[in-house]
Design a protein around this ligand. Structure first.
Ligand SMILES: Cc1cc2nc3c(=O)[nH]c(=O)nc-3n(C[C@H](O)[C@H](O)[C@H](O)COP(=O)(O)OP(=O)(O)OC[C@H]3O[C@@H](n4cnc5c(N)ncnc54)[C@H](O)[C@@H]3O)c2cc1C
Length: 337
C-alpha cells in the first residue's frame, strides 16, 4: 500500500495551529518505508520537509513539496560502563517522555530539558537547550538517512557542529537527512546543573536535591512562564538571544544601564532578546490574532485564526524595530517555511 497521501491538512500537526496543508504527505515507520518512498515520490514534489512534533516551525503558506513524518518509536539502554549508560531513542519518541523515563531510571543529563515539546529527532536539529544545559552535552551520535541517496549515515557528536540552538542539520545538512535515532550518553552519578537563578531558587526549598526534584522544579517554572500550545498556538521562543560585540553592548548600556548581558567570550556578549523586544514596546501587543505573549515577549502566539503570514509579518516588524532602536539584528529560532 502506498504511504503517500495528497493534500493533507497540517493544522493539527504543528503547534502554531495555522491552517495549512501539504501537497504530499507520508508517515514513515521504518527505514525501508523511507527508501521505498524516496524512489517513488512524484517528481513535482521537489522539496522535502521532515516533520517532528511541529513545535519549532512556522508555515507561511501551504507546503508544495513532500512532508515526511517519521513514526518510529522505541528507547533502550544499548551499553553501560561503570559511570554511563548509552540510551538509543527513535526519532518519533516524545522528547519529554524520554526525559521522564531517564529520570525515573536515575540516569542524569536530561532533567533540565524537561517539558520541552517535540520529538527526539528534532532535539539535535536545533540543539535544544534550557536552564544551562544543551542536548549537545549528552549526544553521543545521531543516526540518519540521506534524503538524496538513501544512504544510512552516522554522525558523531563533533560532526554535528553543535552551537547555541544550532547544528549541522540547520545548515549544510538542512532538509537533507531524516534522523532516525539518537544515542545519548547519560550518567549514573548525576551532577546537578543549577546555574540558573530561577532553578537554584526553586531547589532551595527541596528537601532532597536530585534529578527528580530538578525535573519537578523545571516543570513548575516552565508552566508559569510559557504558554501551553494546547491552549494557545506558539512555537516557544521565536527569536534567539543575540550575541553582539562588547563595544555595541557597552554603547547600549551607556544609555540603558539596566541592560542585562552575559559575557560569552572576551569581546562578545549575549543579550536577552526578550529585554530588547520589551523595550521596543512589543510585550503583550496584538495584531489581529497574532500577538506577543504578555508573560514572555520572546514568544509569538496565535490567538485563534492568525495565518502563518500574519505571524511572520509581526516577527519582521519586531526585528525591524529592535534593529532601528538598538542596532541589533535578531535571528529567528523557529524554522520558517
Ligand atoms: C511552549 C514551547 C516551549 C519550548 N521551549 C524550548 C526550550 O526551552 N528550548 C528549546 O531548545 N526549544 C524549545 N521549544 C522549541 C521546540 O520544542 C524544540 O525545538 C523541539 O526540539 C522541536 O521538536 P519537534 O519534533 O516539534 O520539531 P519540528 O518543529 O517538527 O521540526 C523542527 C526542525 O527539525 C527538523 N526535523 C524534525 N524532525 C526531524 C528528523 N527526524 N530528521 C531530520 N530533521 C527533523 C524539521 O524539518 C525542522 O526543520 C519550545 C517550543 C514550545 C512550543
Amino acid at each position: 500500500m502506498s504511504l503517500l497521501q495528497k493534500n493533507v491538512s497540517l493544522k493539527s500537526l504543528h503547534t502554531f495551529g495555522t491552517d495549512v496543508s501539504a501537497r504530499y504527505y507520508a508517515q514513515v515507520a521504518h527505514v525501508e518505508d523511507l527508501l521505498d518512498l524516496l524512489s517513488n515520490y512524484p517528481a513535482e514534489a521537489e522539496d522535502i520537509l521532515v516533520l517532528g512534533g511541529g513545535s519549532n516551525l512556522l508555515f507561511t503558506r501551504d507546503y508544495e513539496g513532500l512532508v515526511i513524518h517519521p513514526s518510529m518509536l522505541g528507547k533502550e539502554v544499548v551499553r553501560e560502563t561503570d559511570q554511563h549508560v548509552f540510551v538509543r531513542a527513535s526519532a518519533a519518541e516524545d522528547w519529554d517522555g524520554l526525559v521522564a523515563w531517564s529520570v525515573s531510571k536515575g540516569y542524569g543529563g536530561l532533567e533540565n530539558l524537561s517539558l520541552i515539546p517535540g520529538r527526539v529527532g528534532a532535539s539535535v536539529v536545533q540543539n535544544i537547550g534550557a536552564y544551562g544545559v544543551e542536548v549537545a552535552d549528552v549526544v553521543d551520535r545521531v543516526e540518519a538517512v540521506s534524503l538524496q541517496t538513501g544512504e544510512q549515515v552516522i554522525f558523531r557528536n563533533e560532526e554535528c557542529t553543535f552551537a547555541y540552538r544550532d547544528s549541522y542539520f540547520k545548515h549544510q545538512g538542512r532538509d537533507s537527512y531524516m534522523i532516525t535515532s539518537v544515542l545519548y550518553k547519560l550518567t549514573k552519578e548525576p551532577v546537578l546543573c543549577l546555574e540558573y537563578s530561577d532553578l537554584s531558587a526553586a531547589m532551595e526549598s527541596c528537601p532532597q536535591a536530585d534529578i527528580a526534584a530538578v525535573r519537578r522544579a523545571v516543570i513548575d517554572i516552565r508552566k508559569k512562564k510559557l504558554p501551553d500550545p494546547a491552549e494557545v498556538g506558539n512555537a516557544g521562543s521565536f527569536f534567539k538571544n543575540p550575541v553582539v560585540p562588547k563595544v555595541l553592548y557597552d554603547r547600549i548600556k551607556d544609555e540603558f544601564p539596566d541592560l542585562p548581558g552575559h559575557r560569552v567570550s572576551a569581546d562578545m556578549v549575549k543579550i536577552p532578546a526578550a529585554w530588547l523586544i520589551q523595550q521596543c514596546g512589543w510585550k503583550g501587543k496584538r495584531v489581529g490574532d497574532a500577538g506577543v505573549y504578555p508573560h514572555q515577549p520572546l514568544v509569538l502566539v496565535n490567538y485563534g485564526h492568525a495565518s502563518g503570514k500574519e505571524i511572520f509579518d509581526l516577527s519582521q516588524r519586531i526585528m525591524w524595530s529592535v534593529e532601528s532602536e538598538f542596532g541589533v539584528t535578531l535571528d529567528t529560532e523557529v524554522n520558517v517555511f
